[in-house]
Design a binder for this molecule. Sequence first.
Ligand code: NAY
Length: 293
Amino acid sequence: PGGLARLYAALPTPFDAQEGFAETCQRSLARFVLRQGIDGLYVGGSTGESLMQSVEERREGLRVVADEARGQAKLIGHVGAISTRDAVALARACAEAGYDAVSAIPPIYFPHGKDAITGYYRDIVEAAQGLPLVIYNIPAMSSVSFSLAELDRLLAIPGVIGIKQTSIDMYQMEQLRRRYPGTLLLNGYDEVFLAGMVSGANGGIGSTYNVMGGRYRRMQQALAAGQVEEAMRLQSACNEVIDLLVQAGVFPGLKFMLHHMGVIASPRTRAPLLPVAEQFHAPLRQTADTLMA
Ligand code: NAY
């Protein structure tokens, strides 16, 4: 699938103490991820707190990351929004900024029928000026579930090249791979990265790649070399960190670690996300130190 089958760090959007966009930190973070050997960036997704930002802010974030990393990594811009109009504006911005692909959650909150959702994706493809589209399937957060037949319909839209499958349903991953041998299938939950790859994913998008990029890269290599036990060991090492992040809150927890690592200037997330509770500070610092050692 056009060199897009690889690992993408789902980039956080750094903020300053007033919750404003911290451009310099965004650039540092992109470079920090690339140094870990991750050559894909997924920009403005869940991890980027995109749904708490205005379209103008999201456009600026997309532009800055492309400016920093274009040519050094494949770039997928997340453009999903509640209205087609906003998603389309962001898809245009991705095309102008030199992205390699766009991706979108379905329109959320209102329970749209599948015709409306198909129309939304068609309009995004049209606005993306030739960039391919990766459907972002994340039923736990979007509250939109797609049956296999419904995914068939979305994958049949010209320009749709694959799915970011953020689900622990490995049966559906395997079914998708069996139905679509050549399609881009990106694993979305880091805690089941290995299981996803074994079930047919040919890459992944993950928030925890920001701090453990090397581990995921080595896991992928170990699996390709048939070293399953080594891959399992690496998954467990990642999951010890993920267990802590899930308890502390994944997005605030990641920013807390990145701040402690000196990559970003503030751990601030945008309200209503809460800062990391005091009890997790010491374990997160210790984990960050171990990862940096
Ligand atoms: C996104 O859009 O930023 C992502 O979906 C990246 C993938 C992450 N999914 C969510 C919903 O956060 O990395 C995962 C996730 O944080 C991790 O597996 C911990 O659950």
